[in-house]
Design a protein around this ligand. Sequence first.
Ligand code: M6P
Ligand code: ZN
Length: 201
Amino acid sequence: MTATTLSSEQATAPVTLSLDPVTGVIDPCAKREVRRVSDLAQMFGDTDAIRREVEADDRMVYEVQYHPFLTPDSDLALGVSRILPGVVGDEYHMTKGHFHTQPDAAEIYHCLAGTGYLLLQSRDGMFEAVPWRPGTVTHFSAAWAHRVVNTGPDDLVFAASYHWNGGLDYAPIIERGFRQRIVRRDGAPVFVDEPRWAGAR
Ligand code: M6P
Ligand code: ZN
């Protein structure tokens, strides 16, 4: 391989930011989104619990902070999500979960704090649940939908390294969900089959 030296005109200045692995706070932060129970009304399974929660205080389930490092030749971005501990009905707090629409938009998730699972699912229903703890790093291609579930007693914080223009597709998740949900039974996480996948191979 030949080494290439970029001229100062070609080189985009490096950018450094700070990330607190416990709180998930990044600085600078270009955009912050709060996801409440109502934002996940199509994801959680217990419709009565969702209605009660939304009528009560529609509390926050997780927040995401974003920083796109957009340069003329790269769309790499950092996203940091902090999922609060807890359940809606008996289902553990989780992210919405999505596919990427651009076939080359792979992503890396880095668990920084807390414990839980990363659920991965292909469009034809291949499914994996990766146990997660601080220091776990998972790379997946655009072929895999991804959702993180916080099954621990503390905040679960993870960083995402991804393509800002990778495109988000939530429709298959809204339609059929992931093959398994993680629910609290006697204080511990248990995987239960999603009925909308019953009979599928
Ligand atoms: C992470 C990345 C981003 C995504 C964001 C929100 O930062 O995966 O691509 O936009 O999370 O995703 P979700 O709505 O599934 O939580
Ligand atoms: Zn993603």
